[in-house]
Design a protein around this ligand. Sequence first.
Ligand code: ADP
Length: 483
Amino acid sequence: MNVLFLAAEADPFIKVGGLGDVAGSLPRFLRGLPLEVTNGTVLDVRLVLPLHPAIKNDSHGLRPLLIFPLSLKAGDIQVQVFETIFEGLPVYFLDGQPISESGSVYSSESSQDGEKYTFFSLAALELTRQLDWKPNIVHANDWHTALACYALLLGRWEGEFPGVSSVLTLHNLPFMGPDISSNMVEHNLLQVQTGLPEWANTKPLPLGLWAADAIVAVSPTYAREVLTPEFGCGLEDYLHARRESLNGILNGIDVDSFNPALDPAIGANFGIPTLEKRSLNKTALQVRLELPNDPDVPLLSVISRMDPQKGIDIIPTALRKLKDLKWQIVILGTGDPKLEESIKRAQAEFPDRIRAEFKYDPGLARQIYAGSDIFLMPSRYEPCGLSQMIAMRYGCVPIVSAVGGLKDTIYHNETGFIFEKPTPSRLATAIKKAFTVFSDHTRWEAMQKAGMSQDFSWAASARQYFQLYDRLMARLPNHNQTL
Ligand code: ADP
């Protein structure tokens, strides 16, 4: 079974958020699924990424592989392909003018992103023909690569890509991508009649959802939530009509990389039998952040993109409600300047209790997971969320809102605390409750250990993806047929 996995980012080559974690680990785990799980099927999974300029500067052993032309209305654009093998996984990097000319993975200039990812999605499909390697499944992720599903279906109608099915994983529905109608014209990609709402016909994510043979939401709860007006972003009716094709498969984390017993980024390694060593990481964190060094004060943490989605804005108000209690908090994240500003104001009010670092720092993130006591994630919506899983793995107890994958990964009062509706008062109440348990050492340790014992590995989810691929292959056998 050949699977072409497309993503805008993948750890360790380039990572902005959770998509990078998933694309950096799921394809490897799929490839490594034991034959007894796949009933003897050998999975040849290959990952394709844009060669973002930031990757170029790093050395990941990239080798030039081939150059081919992609034909556009205005003439050909050359696609340069580089290749490497990462822990057994073949990874292709595509370069070409629209990619090399754009700076960051996601630019604030949406038209630039539209051009870049249209080019990337179509070049990735063409790559399979150039390699003479026929995928059975094209697996796209989010709006950036969704157009590959659309182009694949149109190609199938024309007798190209016979027997190739597509899967689109939804990591974040509200990000549907910019209007790409002019890019589609430029790439000679027809705009056909779809059952989508009119406004959605020019956006890559809806077009991909329309064309994909299977849609995957990254948690079972999110798969149900996107069918409602609250979370469906105007596509709830369309998704409802396609509910037979909609699956919910929970993301996993790379439990080898996120392993407190071996993580080289933290000062003191620990596991369930050696949990007492964890306090050394708390002390080191307090020292590093120049917070008063007190083992008994609960140290809260946030590691997140600064985005209204994450409910960061309610945290300062919740903390003000708790000003008479003892606490410290460390916040690591970048993004929305308004959110950063509100945190800076709170820091000025509580200079000896709040530390904020507005940067992307994976090493510090690991030290925070390993050293802080309570992880806050009051998200307004959360398709899956990985941070709460990483936190639990490191013995940091999460407090989360009752949405999406947060509901699917946490047992209330056992591995964390779940509260309804992200408002400052509800968050403050949940934090207070956590403080009560924190003050009871035995109960707290039991919660930490319960979280650390959870299996967040990819094993179960990779198997579900395989089963989905298998079903699709059975439905669309290897001849010229459309669904
Ligand atoms: P999302 O994908 O919505 O950003 P997730 O919880 O699924 O949220 O994944 C976020 C990932 O990015 C986690 O691995 C988290 O540790 C990491 N992360 C987020 N912000 C930072 C940061 N400022 N520095 C380092 N890692 C970060």
